[in-house]
Design a protein around this ligand. Structure first.
Ligand SMILES: *Cc1c(COP(=O)(O)O)cnc(C)c1O
Length: 384
């Protein structure tokens, strides 16, 4: 049975071009980019090229890109750096809908005595703007707000929120792991100080990420040691993976405009196909401001986990929320923050597409999902 993959917000396939670009650096070109000899120098120039591609994708300068091991490391680095460079400030602002890579770090600092404001969202999935403006104070060390949500795909108003932080002289970080490669980001026109991204969400391998740090922003390394990455991240560079990430950035930059239209067309076909065929379901979150590849649909009076198991038997990979919250019986923190009614939140399924998703796959899900819901409702212990 073929795998019908609708879980691209969890991870993506490595693009064939990315794999090809990486192979020489796993086989023959194994030099250390810090070495003085020509063999190492060849590798150093590949590293520089990858950095340029990543910078070009974001509208940044190459010196503003630091390669890390993953999106989580970038997130942790950004928060720790902001706190360590401003030890007098004891307040953080983030949201209730962040990825655990931010939420758990914020909670850690809360236990260390920091005050943390977790912004809520309204029933439409929009972030509370008044609450945000009121929360900004002279004591605020950092605002960290995700660019786009991994579960419902909602895009938050980063431009406006970063401008408000800048007016108050507060540093602004965004976890853009889900946004990069799916929606255009131009940091030359955005007062964002730091931005996190991850390779495996944009068709590069797992275990590589990057952190953008705007020129002039004070910075403290998370990993100390050697002078790699301009002294900002120690450890011999993961050259093959950085080259892969550079290629992924290049592909994304070339294709983003076309791909986001085609991916949105398929997502809309999928969503409309399901909603038209299944009674008592609704789309979660803000459908006006969304990534083109994500839909999160709530089916009344069914268990999301049961839906996933039955889809899995049909070869369909989906998710009931973030991978980190599935396995527990509580609805995800994101759906709870949005206030999705209990008997809907439990039956929520996220379907996330990529450039490799085909119309045939979309139609396969449209064909089989309604029957799955019908079967489960027939045996559901819930009252009809
Ligand atoms: C996947 C993800 C991360 C973590 O990235 P890793 O590279 O897996 O550490 C962080 N934030 C968001 C929004 C994500 O979707």
């Amino acid at each position: 049975m073929n795998t019908v993959y609708f879980d691209n917000n969890a991870t993506t396939a490595v693009a064939p071009e990315v794999l090809e670009a990486m192979l020489p650096y796993l086989r023959d070109l194994y030099g250390n980019p810090s070495s003085m000899h020509t063999f190492g120098g060849q590798v150093a120039s590949a590293l520089a090229q990858a950095r340029s591609h990543m910078a070009a994708l974001l509208g940044a300068e190459p010196e503003e890109i630091i390669f890390t091991s993953c999106g989580s490391e970038s997130d942790s680095t950004a928060i720790c750096s902001a706190l360590q460079t401003q030890p007098e400030k004891r307040h953080l602002i983030t949201t209730r809908v962040e990825h655990p890579a931010i939420l758990n770090v914020a909670q850690h600092w809360e236990r260390q005595g920091y005050r943390v404001t977790y912004l809520g969202v309204d029933a439409g999935g929009r972030l509370a703007q008044d609450e945000y403006l009121q929360a900004l104070t002279d004591d605020t060390a950092l605002v960290s707000i995700m660019f786009a949500n991994n579960e419902v795909g909602n895009i938050y108003p980063i431009q406006r929120m970063a401008e408000a932080a800048k007016e108050r002289g507060v540093l602004f970080h965004t976890d853009a792991v889900q946004a990069v490669g799916k929606t255009p980001i131009d940091l030359s026109h955005m007062p964002v100080d730091m931005l996190s991204l991850s390779g495996h969400k944009i068709h590069a391998p797992k275990g590589i990420g990057a952190l953008y740090v705007r020129r002039g922003v004070r910075f403290r390394p998370f990993l100390r040691g050697g002078h790699q990455e301009g002294g900002r991240r120690a450890g011999t560079e993961n050259v093959p993976y950085i080259v892969g990430l550079g290629m992924a950035a290049q592909l994304t930059r070339q294709r983003l405009q076309e791909e986001r239209i085609e991916v949105a067309r398929l997502r809309d076909r999928l969503e409309q196909g399901i909603v038209a065929r299944v009674p008592d379901c609704m789309v979660n979150g803000d459908t006006e401001n969304r990534l083109p590849n994500t839909t999160n649909i709530a089916f009344k009076n069914v268990e999301g986990e049961a839906i996933l198991l039955m889809l899995d038997r049909l070869g369909i990979c989906a998710s009931s929320g973030s991978a980190c919250t599935s396995g527990s019986l509580e609805p995800s923190h994101v759906l709870r923050a949005i206030g999705v009614p209990f008997n809907y939140a439990h039956g929520s399924v996220r379907l996330s597409l990529s450039r490799y998703t085909t119309e045939k796959e979309v139609d396969y899900v449209i064909e089989h999902l309604p029957g799955v819901i019908e079967k489960l409702r027939a045996i559901s212990p819930y009252k009809k």
